[in-house]
Design a binder for this molecule. Structure first.
Ligand SMILES: Nc1ncnc2c1ncn2[C@@H]1O[C@H](COP(=O)(O)OP(=O)(O)OP(=O)(O)O)[C@@H](O)[C@H]1O
Ligand SMILES: O=P(O)(O)OC[C@H]1O[C@](O)(CO)[C@@H](O)[C@@H]1O
Ligand SMILES: [Mg+2]
Length: 544
């Protein structure tokens, strides 16, 4: 006999493509029936199979299966609620919003047409969670599913679109520019597509360029951005004035967290001025620190390039006595690049990231582990994210240094560790062969790899469909693999960091074999960046 969870729903059958958001709070109640053993169910939401097999499973009609199995002893109802993500839409502030048929539907359409015309309904959603504990109440958020709509809010022939890239470089920027242009032209027939040069400041201080499929045809093979980029220069009123002056309807902003903060303000200002203008953002950053979405484009390519630096370090340290290789990788506040590149290489002995504080000297500290690696393997590869250990190298907080966008400038933890390790061993009269590799921009100033190229294509197309659907102030990205529209305001509230309770971090620690260097794990009296050699005697001290 099978145990099945049912969501006891209203007596009326839900409409064919209704979104989860429409259901509000529901209770999940265990339900058992012998005949269910023949049903082929899955853990995802779907109509009960009985919906189609009326005769055999009549009793299942008008109900939903939420899970195929549950322990028999579990009887208390589980509360599940759904909230629709508040993605801003032009209809929220424009009352006279005309709609038009999607060009795919027009008989004379010369544009690309999907074979089966599978439009996305406004009722289709993507849920923020696919893994849950059956005993915990669930508050799920439903985001509008990305994709082309049957009715659109702009007449494509009259649309003017502008594209801008801001912030640091990232593999795939050119692919996104290319695919925005291609989708606008070939799927919607938009002719007036402009490229804004040199980031936000280019809206009001530079000539714009025209983009068309011919111009962007081969740019996905190039690193960087054909539009150029910059930090700083965000002037809200000047930018919106330029948008109005040039009669732009759709603004596509490609950038990281700072860029999206700016884009959210642009969208809000357009709403305040009641402009028929949508602002869409395509999240970019090699750091992968954008929340909600699965990952940001360019991250995969950056990890691939970073792995090459680790390989080089490993080759070097393998050929010299007591070789110690330090590889410093980008990652300002999040250590994803260091973590994934280390995990992929499998030759890293220690990976330091901003999320994990570490003690250098003393029992249980980094130096003790370096000694262990040298004595056991005669070599060591250490990967450090640039934002790690800033307490050792951070600039004087009273004179905090910021870049043009307001980002804190980081101290150089790579060189600091190099010197600290080298001098420690020199003091001991031991020969070590230090190798330092900092690939810096080499991991991001490259063209995107194959997987990022495809990812960028989907992001760009989704953004165009979202703008034509009338969404604004939205970011696009995959949530558990399905592309969705997410309010920019949600994206900028938090920065994604490596979750130390996640199994990915455990995998890394298992792979490197590194101990927990965090201060809480070090015995009292040995904490902080103090020197072990002036501390009370320990067995390790004598080895060092
Ligand atoms: N809070 C903000 N409000 C408005 N504009 C901002 C804000 N923060 C940053 N910007 C603008 O966004 C642009 C890019 O910001 P920033 O240099 O921080 O890069 P980013 O988009 O975060 O990308 P990355 O950090 O990945 O390089 C700059 O022109 C900057 O002026
Ligand atoms: O030197 P720039 O251009 O300011 O960029 C450096 C920063 O940009 C990033 O690559 C994010 O895009 C960070 O990892 C790094 O700290
Ligand atoms: Mg940023």
């Amino acid at each position: 006999m099978e145990n099945v969870h049912w969501i006891r729903q209203s007596k009326e059958a839900p409409p064919e493509r209704s979104s989860m958001a429409a259901f509000g709070s529901v209770a999940v109640v265990p339900f058992q029936h012998k005949k269910l053993s023949s049903v082929n169910y899955s853990c995802r939401y779907f109509y009960a199979n009985g919906w189609k097999k009326k005769k055999k499973l009549r009793f299942q009609r008008k109900r939903w299966i939420v899970s195929s199995t549950c322990p028999p002893e579990e009887t208390s109802p589980i509360s599940v609620s759904f909230t629709s993500a508040p993605v801003p839409h032009l209809s929220h502030f424009l009352t006279d919003l005309d709609t038009f048929p999607h060009p795919f539907l027009l008989q004379d359409a010369t544009s690309y047409r999907p074979l089966n015309l599978n439009f996305i309904s406004e009722q289709d959603g993507v849920i923020n969670k696919v893994v849950w504990n059956k005993q915990e109440p669930q508050n799920l958020v439903v985001y509008p599913r990305a994709g082309p709509r049957e009715r659109i809010v702009f007449d494509p022939k009259s649309v003017k679109a502008a594209i801008v890239t801001c912030g640091g470089l990232c593999p795939g920027l050119n692919t996104v520019i290319r695919e925005l242009t291609e989708c606008l032209r070939y799927q919607y027939g938009v002719v007036d597509i402009f490229g804004v040069l040199q980031g936000y400041r280019g809206f009001y201080s530079k000539e714009w360029i025209r983009l068309d499929p011919e111009r962007v045809d081969a740019i996905h093979k190039l690193g960087g951005t054909i539009l150029g980029s910059s930090r700083g220069g965000f002037d809200l009123n000047k930018i919106v004035d330029a948008i109005v002056q040039r009669g732009i309807h759709q603004v596509y902003v490609i950038g990281g967290d700072g860029t999206i903060r700016g884009a959210a303000q642009l969208s809000e200002e357009c709403r305040r001025r009641k402009l028929r203008v949508t602002v869409a953002s395509i999240p970019k950053t090699i750091d992968n620190d954008i929340p909600i979405i699965d990952k940001s484009f360019g991250f995969d390519t950056a990890v691939q390039e970073a792995s090459k630096a680790i390989d080089a370090a490993h080759t070097e340290v393998s050929c010299f006595p007591n070789g110690i290789g330090i590889v410093k990788l980008m990652g300002r506040n999040s250590g994803f690049i260091a973590l994934y590149a280390s995990l992929s290489s499998r030759e890293v002995d220690c990976c330091l990231i901003p999320e994990v504080p570490f003690v250098i000297h003393g029992r249980g500290g980094l130096m003790e582990y370096v000694a262990k690696c040298l004595s056991e393997r005669g070599k060591m590869v250490l990967v450090v994210a640039e934002g790690a250990g800033q307490e050792y190298v951070g600039n004087d907080p009273s004179v905090e240094q910021l870049d043009a966008s307001g980002n804190k400038k980081l101290g150089d933890i790579g060189h600091f560790l190099y010197e600290e390790i080298e001098s420690t061993w020199k003091k001991q009269g031991m020969e070590v062969s230090m190798k330092y590799i900092d690939p810096t921009y080499m991991i991001r100033a490259v063209a995107s790899n194959a997987s990022d190229n495809i990812y960028c294509t989907l992001l760009a197309h989704s953004a165009v469909h979202g703008a034509f659907a009338g969404y604004t102030g939205f970011t696009v990205g995959p949530i558990h693999g399905r592309h969705a529209y997410i309010p920019m305001t949600e994206i900028v509230t938090a920065q994604k960091q490596v979750d130390l309770r996640d199994r990915m971090w455990s995998r890394l620690v298992n792979s490197t074999g590194q101990p927990d260097f965090s201060p809480r794990n070090i015995p009292k009296g040995f904490q902080g960046p103090c020197n072990i050699y002036s501390s009370p005697q320990s067995s390790q001290e004598s080895i060092l």
